[in-house]
Design a protein around this ligand. Structure first.
Ligand code: SF4
Length: 309
């Protein structure tokens, strides 16, 4: 046999399945569970006899929204709650887990609607805090994301005594309208680390500022678990919707604090095999508004992918 014709054998490609680390805690928080329970209860009790409408996405997840629509709860998707209300002429209106501005509540009452409040108790606590701070003479700096419904609800409590900021740069540019003592609080679903940096800059600029960090426990626990798990995996998949603030923050903290690639997927169909080239261990977590069955399907799909070295 002509030895020159024998090509050296390539080592076989590894086609074992990847290790999937299920990051815990993940998925539904108490506020989402309760909001869905309330909306389904209203849908079951009233749909068919009168319109039942959620004013904006009850929680920021498309699957949950579809399920509620199937239970008879209609969606007005307009993000501005006051404008959304103009589309609701009768029946029951459900305020979402993100909370609602008092002006919208008053307007809904004036329209003769039946009001159902699915605001998360953690958001209600921030509303109560802002009310107390303003009534005790403070001006409140609120750290949050513009355009998200939660800040819109909080700022509606006392717009003239509340200032929204998003970043350290905005701390430096702050010009406050009056000489009131200052307090700072924040949206419940922000990055713990970004928020702490902004608070520290505020304390440098305003040493007597009163600090009330209101990032909720569910958000903190999910972020801490994801960053810790990042040490032990090659990349992290976050299951959640684009519009979900807490899901987006999970991606952000894994990239910035866990120093691993992180990918947001709404369903298993969004998984891109290219992300997993050279990857042997994948962490999977999910946002606080992601249904368990969607996360399970993503885990199964990742496990079914070959581990290609
Ligand atoms: S993420 Fe936090 S604030 Fe938002 S619904 Fe869940 S528990 Fe409530």
């Amino acid at each position: 046999m002509d030895s020159r014709s024998i090509a050296p054998r390539k080592p076989p490609r590894r086609l074992e399945s990847m290790d999937v680390v299920r990051i815990t805690p993940r998925g539904y928080c108490h506020g989402v569970v309760e909001a869905i329970r309330i909306a389904k209860r209203e849908g079951a009790a009233r749909a068919g006899s009168e319109p039942v409408t959620m004013l904006g996405y009850l929680v920021h997840n498309e699957h949950v929204t579809r399920e509620l629509e199937e239970s008879g709860v209609a969606l007005v998707a307009e993000p501005d709650r006051m404008k959304a209300l103009e589309q609701v002429t009768e029946g029951t209106v459900i305020f979402t887990a993100h909370g609602i501005s008092p002006a919208v509540v008053d307007a809904a009452r004036a329209r003769g609607l039946n009001l159902v409040d699915a605001t998360c108790s953690d958001v209600t606590r921030t509303h109560d805090l802002v009310r107390e701070l303003v009534s005790s003479g403070h001006h409140v700096i609120y750290i949050g994301k513009r355009g998200h419904p939660e800040p819109a609800g909080v700022l509606g409590i006392a717009p003239e005594h509340t200032t929204l900021i998003e970043s350290i740069e905005e701390v430096d540019a702050l010009e406050l309208p009056d000489q009131r003592p200052l307090a700072v609080t924040c949206q419940t679903t922000l990055s713990m680390w970004d928020t702490q940096s902004i608070i520290e800059r505020l304390q440098e600029r305003f040493p007597t500022i009163e600090v009330h960090n209101e990032i909720c426990r569910a958000t903190q626990e999910r972020q801490e678990a994801a960053v810790l798990a990042a040490d032990d995996v090659d990349c992290v998949v976050v299951v959640g919707s684009e519009r979900s603030s807490n899901s987006q923050r999970l991606v952000q903290v894994v990239r910035e604090k866990g120093h691993r690639p992180a990918y947001l997927v709404d369903t298993a169909a969004d998984l891109d095999p290219a992300w997993f080239r050279g990857v042997h261990r994948v962490g999977v977590t999910s946002g606080a508004s992601t249904p368990t069955q969607i996360t399970r399907a993503v885990i199964a799909a990742v496990e079914a992918m070959p581990d290609i070295a």
